[in-house]
Design a protein around this ligand. Structure first.
Ligand code: MEV
Length: 442
């Protein structure tokens, strides 16, 4: 088959079985059909939900659903659901959470909850002309979107601010309407986008029929929410007395040295973008895992977090650390636009269960849980990095993956786990050891 002969029309209209048959014709993997079917939900009702979430669904891609207990956040304890495939992430989060639960727990606070959207447009008149009609326009936008905002207003949310931004000094004729929203417990993407599109239409109509302005050109380029929400911020922090409590692995004598090493590690991520990227990736190991488990949009959260990390002109650490003679303080400020109603949060059975496990939190409470998990993940990573090194814990957890990969029997697995308890774990070492066991048996 030439590559062109693999182009197919009407694929989306085929039944699931027909799609799978077509895929089978592409691969030499004789078990492709069986593998795809093995991963389908046994209950057709559940599979129907997944089929409806995307297009051309031929199977499900299953990831581990884990829980990390012992999160004490503002005095309330949580068992945090996490969806992540990377070994040791959940263990690290749970262990850090327990450690800090013994030291007063994690404090969190929602600083702001504003979500944003933009109507980008071009205008070949002057900025002054736009400003002359601006007040009238804002009033019009508010009135003409009343039907869309009614329910949200009843819940205490809605449009908070509508601003005109002039970028024509950077890009000829380019202006923007920046709209601030409070979407309460919903992520609000559909709500925001519907309002923005309505505002765009009104803008074009109003200017197009305005006696003094209609000779100019106004064109809406696009209307879409912004995933950058620097005013939707949550802070998570932990703090302990260095003169009264000890930090891990050190006992009282090594506590100050450990605290200073953590502080230095954070400082490095504050000044070096290469380290900051990895440092923040560790934070998002925790953040994304909870975001996915609760049916939220991890791409949006990541995109926003990384832009925020670069807000001062250089990409930098999202977490910070302060050490004094007596106190260790470690905290994280994170922009988090999340929802606990609507969308996947109610559709996906596990997302629904996750929210139930968390006590059906409001969006603000979920922001705090997510930030707390990111902070614990970051603390756990730094603790390992400045003490044993990351590979120590990582490879221990990875051992079970290697053993699975090598298809060791239960007895061989037991033997391998015991053998590698105090030894360095590498893929080659485990493979060779398994081969040796098998040779001995023969
Ligand atoms: C690995 O997934 C995450 C870490 O690299 C984070 C870090 O270096 O801080 C361990």
């Amino acid at each position: 088959m030439s590559d062109k002969s693999k182009i197919i029309s009407g694929f989306s209209k085929l039944s699931k079985q027909q799609k799978i048959d077509w895929l089978n014709s592409l691969t030499s993997h004789s078990k492709a059909d069986a593998i795809l079917k093995e991963q389908l939900a046994p209950d057709p009702k559940t599979q129907n939900i997944f089929d409806g979430l995307s297009e051309n669904v031929v199977s499900n891609f299953v990831l581990p659903f884990s829980v990390a207990p012992n999160f004490l956040i503002n005095g309330k304890s949580y068992c945090v659901p996490m969806v992540i495939e990377e070994s040791s992430v959940v263990a690290a989060a749970a262990s850090a959470a327990k450690f800090w639960a013994m030291r007063g727990g994690i404090k969190t606070e929602v600083i702001s909850t504003t979500k944003l959207g933009q109507v980008h447009f071009s205008w070949d008149g002057t900025s002054e002309e736009l400003h002359l009609i601006w007040e009238e326009l804002v009033e019009l936008f508010l009135v003409a979107t009343e039907d869309l905002t009614k329910n949200m207003r009843a819940r205490g949310g809605g449009i908070k601010k509508i601003e005109l931004k002039d970028f024509s000094h950077i890009e000829p004729d380019y202006y923007q309407i920046l709209v601030s929203f409070d979407t309460k417990d919903s992520m609000g993407a559909n709500f925001i986008n519907s309002i923005l599109e309505r505002i765009g239409d009104i803008l074009e109509d109003f200017v197009g029929s305005h006696p003094q302005l209609k000779h100019h050109n106004l064109e809406v380029i696009m209307a879409i929410l912004s995933n950058y929400t620097p005013d939707c911020i949550v802070r998570a922090s932990v703090e302990c007395r260095l003169d009264k409590e000890d930090l891990p692995h050190c006992g009282q004598s090594g506590t100050m040295a450990f605290a200073k090493k953590i502080q230095k590690a954070v400082r490095i991520a504050e000044i070096d973008p290469y380290r900051a990227t990895t440092h923040n990736k560790g934070i998002f190991n925790g953040v994304d895992a909870v975001i996915i488990a609760t049916g939220n949009d991890f791409r949006a959260v990541e995109a926003c977090g990384h832009t925020y990390a670069g807000r001062n002109g250089q990409y930098a650490s999202l977490s910070h650390c302060e050490v004094t003679e007596t106190t260790f303080k470690f905290w994280l400020d994170l922009p988090l636009a999340v929802g606990t109603v609507g969308g996947l949060t109610t559709l996906h059975p596990l997302a629904k269960l996750s929210l139930e496990l968390l006590g059906n939190p409001s969006a603000e409470e979920l922001m705090q849980i997510v930030a707390a998990t990111g902070l614990m993940q970051n603390y756990a990573a730094l603790k390992s990095l400045v003490t044993t090194g990351i590979q120590h814990g990582h490879m221990k957890m990875h051992l079970s993956n290697i053993v699975n990969h090598l298809e060791a029997s239960p007895a061989e697995t037991q033997n391998i786990l015991e053998h590698f308890q105090e030894k360095k774990v590498t893929f080659t070492a485990v493979r060779d050891y398994l081969a040796a066991i098998r040779r001995q048996k023969v």
